[in-house]
Unconditional design. Structure first.
Length: 212
């Protein structure tokens, strides 16, 4: 059963506002998670900074794992103690991926999927990102996708003008049977999105070509 996501829990962990936690902070997190409400699956926070034209190897070198959360308490402990989406640098991205999968198009788990790409006005980014995270770990999209598909991650990418939030799925062929976008509108009825569209990973010009 998916955990119920309500208001953030009060974290006793003494973290600094950094996307990288010390060993001591991680130990505190692990102790806190031992008694937490389990999520249906673990989810891993990642951080990257996109450099146009970088190679796939360079992209992976810039990809930093933050922490894998297994409980609702662990999720909020991370979320509340890393910089907010509007505080990270332009061209940087946060990702939350199911299990410990990397946010890479070519990874076997991801390669046949794609993302719903949602452009956000700057004033809405943090609200949209938080709602999509909670929806993902609470499995709120489970009845909005076709049998044989799965939501496997969410991403927020900070850009010069409008920001970009993405919802990842594992089977692009089933995306037209999903009701993910109506669910997004239902979760965020007061947000006006400049653009929403779906893009398969294998249609990216850089897919398996070694450069991004």
């Amino acid at each position: 059963m998916a955990a119920t996501m309500t208001d953030p829990v009060d974290s006793s962990c003494d973290f600094s506002k950094s996307p990288v936690f010390s060993s001591a902070a991680i130990n505190k997190m692990e102790n806190q998670e031992s008694d937490g409400v389990p999520l249906q699956t673990p989810w891993t926070f990642w951080l990257d900074r996109c450099v146009h034209g970088s190679s796939a190897d360079e992209f992976q070198a810039n990809l930093k794992k933050i922490y894998t959360v297994r409980t609702a308490q662990g999720f909020w402990a991370v979320f509340n103690n890393i910089p907010a989406a509007n505080e990270i640098n332009v061209r940087a991205s946060y990702h939350l991926m199911r299990e410990v999968h990397k946010p890479l198009w070519e990874e076997p788990y991801n390669r046949y999927g794609g993302t719903w790409r949602i452009k956000c006005q700057k004033r809405d980014t943090t609200k949209v990102w938080r709602e999509m995270l909670v929806a993902a770990i609470g499995e709120q999209f489970s009845d909005a996708i076709a049998d044989g598909d799965e939501i496997c991650g969410v991403t927020v990418s900070i850009r010069e003008r409008e920001d970009l939030v993405q919802i990842w799925n594992i089977n692009a062929d089933l995306s037209d049977k999903a009701t993910v976008i109506p669910r997004v509108h239902r979760l965020l009825p007061d947000v006006d999105f400049p653009a929403i569209f779906y893009k398969r990973h294998d249609t990216h010009q850089a897919f398996e070509k070694g450069r991004r």
